[in-house]
Design a protein around this ligand. Structure first.
Ligand code: CU
Length: 141
């Protein structure tokens, strides 16, 4: 009995160490472009999520908008139009607030795990709005 405990202790400590490392790494800062990059006629939009791998519930989406030459677009109005691709959850459009340097962020809620899409609408003064569609999977947890 004593020798078994002595054997399990280092294994237990090792596991705690691994879990500790995993936890310090996971809730990290929003990684850039975790949901991909899309191009429209005038824009390149990089979309990221925090948490980086979206799970059911609340998430912050951040879009970086650049023009065709790669310069940050800072004067746009942005919105996120959310829905699942396999079922209709109704109209759910979230305005994204400018964060500076061409970044726009908004808080969204994924009601269910599964396949989702976000249509990012970029509207600049005096120009026709353009839509960029992103598709990704939302995990249960
Ligand atoms: Cu659904």
């Amino acid at each position: 009995m004593k020798s078994r405990t002595a054997l399990l202790l280092p294994v237990y400590l090792f596991c705690m160490l691994v879990v500790g490392f995993a936890q310090t790494k996971t809730p990290g800062a929003p990684a850039t472009g975790t949901l991909g990059e899309k191009k429209s006629a005038s824009y390149v939009v990089t979309l990221s999520s925090a948490p980086a791998a979206p799970v059911r519930g609340l998430a912050t989406l951040e879009a970086f908008v650049a023009d065709a030459a790669g310069a940050a677009v800072t004067d746009a109005q942005l919105s996120f139009d959310l829905n699942m691709t396999t079922m209709n959850h109704g109209k759910n459009i979230v305005a994204a607030a400018p964060q500076g340097d061409g970044r726009y962020a908004g808080q969204v809620r994924f009601m269910m795990p599964g396949p989702w899409r976000v249509i990012v609408r970029v509207a600049r003064p005096g120009q026709a709005p353009e839509d960029l569609r992103f598709e990704f999977n939302v995990k249960f947890r």
